[in-house]
Design a protein around this ligand. Structure first.
Ligand code: ATP
Ligand code: MG
Ligand code: MG
Length: 569
């Protein structure tokens, strides 16, 4: 089976299967559990899991936990939840730390082959010896240690005999290479920090390139998809895979096989694609962490955050994110995508699927004087104008309603199509009213509109089709449920918050109006929503019942996105 999508990675996979290079493909999604996943990761997840599914392969979720200082089990749990939420499931859940014994045996093999050495240079000296882009580096004075001495020192590093940073294990490649990554890169460092998975078992930890390439080889990953910044690392990736040759040396896998892992070792191929970046936000776990720690947002799942937890709470749907990823496409061209692509995908998804409801966020009382006191009736509204399968709901109607304050103007500006003193307007699904009087308080503020309902304009009557300028949404004052409504907007007010050429850091570009909380009313059928249910509130936008705070008796809705793009318009 194969996908209809035609990007260059799927093309490679298709060819590799057609020529028999692989009987089945295997991919992995390898997040480091040092923060929450963000919308950039959604691209990698859709690609890694999507390709495996489309081509009948398998995708592992691998927690790339080789850097113990910044990692936390809270992140591990959230990552799993986010991947599942996006609609994917993993073949195997692995931790790079599952492979620490194998990495260690692989390092000893490199030492015995003369491909790695223990180096005593300090970090500053290592930098000095490395050279520059235009100048070759110099060999470490420790580069020619004997295999025996290297083995002895490396074993003592492993035994915890030396302090942090005292020594490293380095690959012996080429200090004159034009690729800085090949100038005898470190493979292991000493770091006496407890690890969330292995505890105090290891005083040394493998470096990213070594651990990542070998993890891919161990799991039999056929296509190791990563972002463009790793393109320059690919020669080192290949060097590690080839020099260790796990597929040809099953004895290195013994510690894993003993723990019941299968032998799936192979030779992976790394393929790079461009990162997903959006304007009006930052997509770096470090910066997102700073926003949380400095209290500039209400946690990782603040609905303004670009984390998957955040945008989920904002009302983004998994299908909208998958649609966004498809629209952005896969290429090797780094680019900044306009956030309207993200918002547009959500609008299109919710327009097609979200039921319609009525809510009023800035209420003004409207009394229909020609209906008797206590009058009430039940109207039937379609849940979705373009999808009959969504059925109908009951909407209570009565003598006193709430309408939107901005839908009335005593002195209407030119072109105003809503309600004015003496003017007519249609109340959605109920009939046409004329405003006879605007009641004011002592400050001259309008507090109530007194209107007459045209009895011939009720639904189903011949006068119902009479042409009037505007149609307003409303809720019945007696039946509507008071609701907290959070009007979210973009977190940053400038397109490139990371651009510090004006001397300002991204945190000085926060949009002061990114969250406005108002108290309004929703119709009963909206109040009864389950948490995370999305609606179009007619004329207002798309809203979601808050995942954590919403209750039927005390509804809380978050605005997911406005009906139209008001930023670029
Ligand atoms: P950050 O810079 O935010 O910390 P990262 O790249 O360090 O991100 P990882 O946990 O290492 O985050 O990422 C896991 C996988 O997701 C990697 O394969 C990485 O290439 C991919 N990924 C991360 N950010 C993006 C992005 N913006 N667009 C596409 N893929 C991404
Ligand atoms: Mg990374
Ligand atoms: Mg990172």
């Amino acid at each position: 089976e194969s996908s209809a999508k035609q990007d260059f990675i799927r093309q490679i996979v298709r060819e590799d299967l057609a020529c028999g290079k692989h009987a089945a493909i295997r991919t992995r999604f390898p997040p480091e559990p040092n923060g929450y996943l963000h919308i950039g990761h959604a691209k990698a997840i859709c690609l890694d899991f999507g390709i495996a599914a489309e081509f009948g392969g398998a995708c592992n979720l691998r927690l790339d936990d080789t850097n113990p200082a910044k990692e936390d089990p809270e992140y591990v749990r959230a990552i799993q939840e986010d991947v599942r939420w996006l609609g994917f499931d993993w073949h195997d859940l692995r931790h790079a730390s599952d492979y620490f014994e194998v990495f260690y045996l692989a390092a000893e093999k490199l030492i015995r082959q003369g491909d790695a050495f223990v180096c005593d240079l300090t970090p500053e000296q290592v930098r000095e010896y490395r050279g520059t882009l235009t100048e070759p580096g110099r060999n470490s004075p420790w580069r020619d240690r004997s295999v025996e001495e290297n083995l002895d020192l490396f074993r003592r590093m492993r035994a915890g005999e030396f302090p942090d940073g005292a020594r490293t294990l380095r690959a012996k490649i080429d200090m004159a290479s034009g690729n800085m990554n090949l100038r005898d890169p470190a493979l292991y460092r000493i770091k006496k920090v407890a690890h969330q998975n292995t505890g105090d078992a290891w005083p040394i930890y493998p470096m990213y390139d070594f651990a990542h390439s070998l993890s891919d080889a161990i799991e039999g990953i056929t296509h190791s998809l990563c972002t463009l910044e790793f393109e320059d690392h690919r020669p080192l990736y290949d060097w590690c895979v080839d020099k260790v040759d796990l597929a040809g040396h099953p004895e290195l896998l013994a510690p894993l096989l003993a723990k019941g892992f299968p032998n799936e070792a192979g030779k992976p191929r790394q393929i790079e694609f461009s990162r997903l970046n959006f304007n009006y936000t930052v997509l770096s776990k470090r910066k997102l962490l700073a926003l949380v720690e400095d209290g500039l947002v209400d946690g990782w799942d603040d609905p303004r955050m670009p984390t998957l937890q955040g945008i989920r709470r904002r009302g983004y749907t998994p299908s909208a994110l998958r649609l966004m990823v498809d629209r952005v496409g896969i290429s090797k061209q780094n680019s900044l995508i306009d956030v309207s692509v993200l918002e547009g995908a959500l609008r299109d998804d919710l327009d097609a699927h979200a039921p319609r409801r009525m809510a009023v966020i800035d209420p003004l009382r409207l009394v229909i004087v020609n209906l008797p006191e206590g009058h009430e009736e039940t109207l039937r509204f379609a849940n979705h104008p373009k999808d009959e399968s969504q059925g109908e709901r009951e909407v209570p109607f009565s003598r006193e309603l709430w309408i939107e304050r901005e839908d009335f103007e005593e002195v209407p500006p030119k072109g105003f199509k809503r309600l004015t003193l003496g003017g007519d307007v249609r109340l959605r699904g109920a009939g046409i009213v004329r405003c006879d009087e605007a009641v004011k308080d002592a400050d001259g503020r309008v507090v109530e509109l007194r209107c007459t309902l045209d009895p011939d304009s009720r639904p189903g009557m011949e006068g119902a089709n009479r042409k009037v300028k505007g149609t307003l949404h409303w809720v019945s004052a007696r039946h509507a449920v008071p609701a907290t409504i959070r009007l979210y907007d973009r977190l940053f007010s400038v397109p490139d918050p990371d651009d510090s050429s004006d001397g300002k850091s991204y945190r000085e570009h926060l949009n002061p109006d990114s969250c406005r909380v108002v108290h309004g009313y929703v119709e009963p059928a909206a109040a009864a929503a389950a948490p995370e249910q999305s609606f179009q509130f007619e004329r207002l936008g798309y809203f979601v019942a808050d995942r954590y705070d919403h209750r039927a008796e005390a509804p809380v809705f978050n605005r997911s996105v406005t009906l139209r793009d008001t930023w670029s318009a």
